[in-house]
Design a protein around this ligand. Structure first.
Ligand code: PL3
Ligand code: FE2
Ligand code: FE2
Length: 230
C-alpha cells in the first residue's frame, strides 16, 4: 500500500512555539546581519571581487528583512540579545581574521561554515514552516547556494596556498558549530526540526564544499572528525 506522507500539523500560535521561535528567528536575523557585514568586509579585502561581494551583502540584507517579516507574521518579538551572544565566537574569529588579512579564514567562516549551517537549517525548516515563512525561506535558500559557491570557486582557485590555513580555520571554527547546534537543538525541535537531520545536512553540504575546493575524501573525513572531537 502506498505510504501517505503524514505531516503532523503544528500550531504556530501556541506560547511554546512562539517562545522557541523568538530565539530561532533572532538567530536567523542576526546570522543574516552578520553575513551582510562579513561580505562587506570581504569586499574591502578582495578588491577584484568587490562588486560581486557587495551584491552578496545586499542579498543578505534582503534575507534579514524576509525573516523579520516571518517573526512579525507570527507576532513574535525576536530575542536579539540572545542571538548576538549566540554568534559572538564566530563574530570574534571573523573579526580577528579580517584584522590580520586572513582572507582564507574569513571565507571559510562565512562562505563555507555559516552558509552550510544556513543551508542545512533552511532546508530542514521548509517542510515544517508556516506558509508565509516557507515561501520566504525557499527563496532565501536558493541564494545561499550561490554564496557557498562564491567561497568554493575562490578557494578552489587558490587551493594549494590556502590548504594549511583552511585546515587551521576548520580546526578553530568547526567545534563552534557543534556547540551552536547543541545550543539550538531544543528550540529547533519545538519547530519540528530534528538535530540529527540538521547535523546530517550540514555535514553533507560542508563535506561536498571541501571536496569541490580540492580536498581528498581522506582529508574531508579527518577535518570533519576534528570538529566533532574538539
Ligand atoms: C547566511 O546567509 C545566513 C546565516 C544564517 C545562519 C542561520 C543558522 C540557523 C541555525 C538555527 C537552526 C534553526 C533554523 C530555523 C530556520 C528558520
Ligand atoms: Fe543569507
Ligand atoms: Fe548567505
Amino acid at each position: 500500500m502506498p505510504q501517505l506522507e503524514t505531516c503532523p500539523t503544528i500550531d504556530f500560535q501556541t506560547e511554546t512555539y512562539k517562545d522557541a521561535y523568538s530565539r530561532i528567528n533572532a538567530i536567523v536575523i542576526e546570522g543574516e546581519q552578520e553575513a551582510h557585514d562579513n561580505y562587506l568586509t570581504l569586499a574591502e579585502m578582495l578588491a577584484d571581487k568587490k562588486e560581486e561581494l557587495i551584491g552578496l551583502s545586499k542579498m543578505e540584507n534582503r534575507h534579514k528583512k524576509g525573516f523579520q517579516a516571518c517573526g512579525r507574521n507570527l507576532k513574535v518579538t525576536p530575542d536579539m540579545v540572545f542571538a548576538k551572544e549566540f554568534f559572538s565566537d564566530l563574530h570574534r574569529n571573523f573579526q580577528t581574521a579580517a584584522a590580520g588579512g586572513q582572507i582564507v579564514t574569513c571565507l571559510l567562516i562565512q562562505s563555507l561554515i555559516i552558509e552550510c549551517f544556513a543551508i542545512a537549517a533552511y532546508n530542514i525548516y521548509i517542510p515544517v514552516a508556516d506558509d508565509f515563512a516557507r515561501k520566504i525561506t525557499e527563496g532565501v535558500v536558493k541564494e545561499e547556494y550561490s554564496h557557498l559557491n562564491f567561497g568554493e570557486v575562490w578557494l578552489q582557485a587558490h587551493f594549494e596556498e590556502s590548504k594549511a590555513e583552511l585546515e587551521a580555520a576548520n580546526r578553530q571554527n568547526l567545534p563552534i558549530i557543534w556547540r551552536l547546534l547543541n545550543a539550538v537543538a531544543d528550540d529547533a525541535r519545538v519547530l519540528g526540526m530534528e538535530k540529527d537531520a540538521l547535523i546530517e545536512d550540514f555535514m553533507i553540504a560542508y563535506g561536498e564544499a571541501l571536496g569541490n575546493i580540492g580536498f581528498s575524501n581522506r582529508d574531508i573525513m579527518r577535518m570533519s572528525a576534528q570538529g566533532l572531537a574538539a
